[in-house]
Design a protein around this ligand. Structure first.
Ligand SMILES: [Fe+2]
Ligand SMILES: [Fe+2]
Length: 478
């Protein structure tokens, strides 16, 4: 197995594709369908070329190269992290056995399902973000959007490779379906809720890349532990690219908060809506929305499916090898979020309940995610603090605006106080973006496609890309 990419082939890869003619042909016949999807569902803004990072290797150093590339000619390739020949299963009933190079028949449908669900999210986000180019706040941001888009396209390739290489005809059919479902489609929507929401403006885009791409990071982290070695190695490499997507989100929100603080101070007012900046309460509402829909992506608090995936060795925990337990969890327990009912009055309240650790694995993963999300809030609050502003941003309560899991049936404020359905109807506009908020944010989205210039609602970045300055010609428009 070689680890350098073969760029002379139609499909760059480090999986020795040329040695398997059938697979190569199958993927080469999927390729035009992918390109057709990219042309019809991908970025709408016409460009000549974009300064993009392309994965060319998976080694520790120099895994990517940068250069101006016409987007439809981007070299979407198949890369698996280097193989560890001594790798063994790290958890579940096969713990200690050598990892699998093939799909065991007994786990075939489960593994296929996991890969399809992950694969479905990748093109979905490209679809959600397709119109954002027209309103980019700078060429730097425009380039970052397209970078995220082409890499999500590559992640689709990563999952399609697994489906083609290991799941036969069914896998090939699933690969086609990944191009046929579309974000927000009535007839054939994407599988998960958050991937059918709109990303109509750049505040939403940064929130999406902060909160929703971060869900992706945690899902990939659990699949990286998989006993199915090709899946593990694929996800390991995807995580490398994913880090940039989250950097775009984190620093995007940094820069919006920064700009809001500047305008607040300049005019000595909290009400910056008339002054071309985004008011803090509006930023908070967008945060509330994106955080709560991203929490839903982790599924219910308890899941016997996920317990079975773990026991079978298909999907592990976040940083499995750093956990100090037996990695089997057969006799452990965990407290998970739940609605508890008062035996006497029958009244339900937000609380916790004890379940077996295996059944509570979704909760374990969601908690890792939540503590990671706190990091962003801390950073944005530091910007507020340093700017001498008293307000703070925060993550809403776990029961706020949930559509999946224990709290789907109730309504709660961002502070976790229960509300009746009527009260929620009446007051949800205090916490979630209203039409007025969305219209205002959209009114700010005037394109700045001029080199070195930036929109008034966001501060320029501290650093450019790959050592280039902010005023570099990141994108050549037509
Ligand atoms: Fe991705
Ligand atoms: Fe991503």
């Amino acid at each position: 197995m070689t680890t350098t990419a073969d760029y002379t082939e139609k499909i760059p890869n480090n999986v020795s594709l040329h040695e398997d003619r059938r697979l190569q042909r199958a993927l080469e016949s999927w390729q035009p369908n992918f390109l057709n999807w990219w042309q019809t569902m991908g970025p709408t803004l016409p460009t000549q070329d974009v300064y993009l990072r392309t994965a060319v290797n998976v080694g520790r150093e120099g895994w990517a190269q940068f250069g101006h590339v016409p987007m439809p000619e981007y070299r979407w390739g198949i890369f698996l992290a280097e193989r560890d020949p001594g790798r063994r299963v790290g958890f579940g009933e096969h713990k200690g056995e050598p990892v699998w190079d093939k799909v065991p028949g007994e786990y075939r449908s489960e593994l296929q399902r996991l890969i399809v669900i992950q694969g479905d999210t990748e093109p979905a986000s490209v679809e959600q973000q397709r119109n954002l180019g027209a309103t980019a706040p700078s060429l730097y941001d425009l380039r970052n959007l397209f970078q995220v888009n082409v890499e999500e396209g590559r992640h689709l390739w990563a999952m399609v490779y697994l489906l083609h290489a290991y799941f036969g005809r069914e896998g090939r059919e699933e690969a086609e379906e990944l191009l046929h479902r579309n974000s927000g489609s009535i007839d054939s929507p994407r599988i998960l809720g958050a991937f059918n929401e709109e990303t109509p403006d750049w505040l939403s885009f940064y929130m999406f890349t902060y909160f929703t791409d971060r869900d992706g990071k945690y899902q990939l982290g659990t699949l990286k532990e998989s006993a199915f070695d090709p899946l593990s190695r694929t996800c390991e490499f995807m995580l490398k690219e994913e880090a940039h997507h989250m950097m775009v989100g984190t620093t995007g929100i940094d820069r919006i908060v920064q700009r809001t603080v500047e305008v607040m101070r300049e005019h000595d007012t909290d009400d910056v809506a008339g002054l071309g900046a985004i008011p803090l309460p509006m930023i908070q509402k967008y945060l509330n929305f994106h955080y709560s829909v991203s929490l839903d992506l982790f599924g219910g608090e308890t899941s016997t499916n996920v317990a079975n995936y773990y026991t079978a060795g298909l999907k592990g925990r976040w940083l499995e090898d750093r956990r100090r337990d037996d990695h089997m969890l057969a006799s452990d327990s965990i407290m998970v979020d739940a609605l508890s009912e008062d035996a006497r009055t029958g009244e339900q309240s937000i609380g916790l309940t004890e379940v077996s650790a295996l059944v509570g694995l979704n909760t374990d993963l969601r908690r890792e995610y939540i503590s990671d999300c706190q990091g962003g809030v801390k950073r944005w609050n530091r910007i507020l603090d340093e700017g001498g502003v008293k307000q703070r941003l925060k993550l809403p309560h776990i029961a706020f605006n949930r559509k999946v899991g224990a709290f789907a049936a109730i309504e709660a404020t961002p502070d976790g106080e229960r509300l009746s359905a009527e009260e929620w109807q009446r007051r949800s506009g205090e916490w979630l973006p209203t039409d007025v908020d969305k219209t205002y944010v959209r009114s700010l989205m005037q394109p700045v496609h001029e080199r070195g210039k930036i929109a008034a609602w966001i501060a320029p970045p501290r650093n450019g890309i790959n050592g280039q300055p902010f005023d570099y010609d990141y994108v050549h428009l037509i």
